[in-house]
Ligand binder design. Structure first.
Ligand code: CAA
Length: 382
């Protein structure tokens, strides 16, 4: 067992860390206030190869692995959750469906521009009445000659209204439940593809979260992804991978808040000495650091399992569950250490607290992660 990062992984992490500190961090407070989408940062991330870290170079990616990808999301989220979730949703949800299930033509047409960061991707599973019950999809797809006719809507779609491509689920056979759902591809600007409101969120305010509507939207027959009726299973597999990156996002936010809290505790003087001298503060820092370290081990291990082509669904759910819940704890404790300063925008931890809250909800709530974990455990115990 070797817990050290390879020199290649260390160099990658250090490069992303430096980039995040220099290019992303200075804008984080402002874009949270203005809700301005960080197009400029994404362009710079694309130039560094960060928009397609885990995809092979032949498909426009950086030829890295899942561990590098998790570290990239962690380092970007450490300074800005909005840019972090945009990167995670683009890579795991927008681009990976093409990598996992696309035909060679679909990989060429859609994955290449996504992995190279020329285009932005999104993923549409959730609906107004199909959240945790992902199989409750109401959107329908009916084959009419050489075209699919799509009707329905999607909710809570990260980058939905600004993405160039969307992979989404629709029911192709109402009688078959989860086995009657297929996945489709649609490009921005297709007639009948309409955008509803952009959500005004508690956190992650510089990321775009949209309602989407399909009104007799026609897409070519070949815009089905993989085999018809495989949509539900495909999306479950995509989410297994996505959960590693949402865990990494929570980890990054926790690390960011912890770093600010340590610095503050060493500088802030009360009762004639730095507050870091007091055990009340030391115990908080010790608990925060221990939980961050445990979350990092779970996330890196699930990424490693995926890279070894070993089963990783249970571990990814555990990593996401743990990292998101400790993320909230760590950000809350950071605010407590900063006291009144923690409650104002300038000191950033209140933003991190608002941002990390989403990670216990998005890509499967903590409750869904527990269901996924328990089902794995009970299957293994047979
Ligand atoms: N990999 C492969 N197959 C899987 C699978 C997986 N991880 N999970 C389930 N399946 C298969 C099952 O084996 C089963 O197949 P068979 O019938 O052939 O045996 C089939 O899929 C149905 O599975 P279940 O009976 O387990 O399905 P369920 O209805 O009980 O749901 C669930 C299971 C885990 C609760 C699932 O619905 C789930 O994960 N829900 C949460 C969805 C979620 O995370 N939503 C957030 C999406 S994010 C988004 O849309 C917005 C955005 O931009 C971020």
């Amino acid at each position: 067992m070797d817990f050290t990062l390879s020199p290649e992984h260390q160099l990658f992490r250090d490069t992303v860390r430096e980039f995040a500190d220099k290019e992303i961090a200075p804008k984080a407070v402002e874009i949270d206030q203005t809700h301005e989408f960080p197009w400029d940062s994404l362009k710079k991330m694309a130039a560094l190869g960060l928009m397609g870290v885990p995809f092979p170079e032949e498909y426009g990616g950086a030829g890295g692995d899942t561990l590098m990808y998790a570290m990239a999301v962690e380092e970007i989220s450490r300074v800005d959750g909005s840019t972090g979730i945009t990167l995670a949703a683009h890579t795991s949800l927008g681009a990976s469906p093409f990598y996992l299930f696309g035909t060679p033509e679909q990989k060429e047409k859609y994955l290449k521009p996504l992995a190279s960061g020329q285009k932005l991707g999104a993923f549409g599973l959730s609906e107004a009445t199909a959240g945790s019950d992902a199989g409750g999809t109401k959107t329908t797809a009916v084959l009419d000659g050489d075209e699919w006719v799509i009707n329905g809507s999607k909710n809570w779609i990260t980058s939905g209204s600004i993405a160039d491509t969307l992979v989404f689920t629709a029911v192709t056979d109402k009688t078959k439940g989860a086995h009657g759902i297929s996945s489709f591809i649609v490009e921005k600007g297709t007639p009948g593809f309409e955008y509803g409101k952009t959500e005004k969120k508690m956190g992650l305010r510089a990321s775009v979260t949209s309602q989407l509507f399909f009104d007799n939207m026609r897409i070519p027959k070949e815009n089905i992804l993989g085999q018809p009726a495989d949509g539900f299973k495909q999306f479950m597999q995509i989410l297994d991978g996505g959960r590693i990156s949402i865990g990494a996002m929570a980890l990054g936010l926790a690390q960011g808040a912890y770093d600010i809290a340590v610095k503050y505790a060493k500088e802030r003087q009360q009762f004639g000495r730095p507050i870091a001298d007091f055990q009340a503060i030391q115990f908080k820092l010790a608990d925060m650091a221990t939980q961050i370290e445990a979350a990092r081990l779970l996330i890196y291990r699930s990424a490693w399992l995926k890279d070894q082509h070993l089963p990783f669904g249970k571990e990814a759910a555990m990593a996401k569950l743990f990292a998101s819940e400790i993320g909230e704890f760590v950000c809350r404790e950071a605010i407590q250490i900063l006291g009144g300063y923690g409650y104002v925008e300038e000191y950033q931890v209140e933003r991190m607290y608002r941002d990390v809250r989403l990670t216990t909800i998005g890509e499967g709530t903590s409750e869904i992660q527990r269901i996924v974990i328990a089902r794995h455990l009970l299957r293994e115990a047979r």
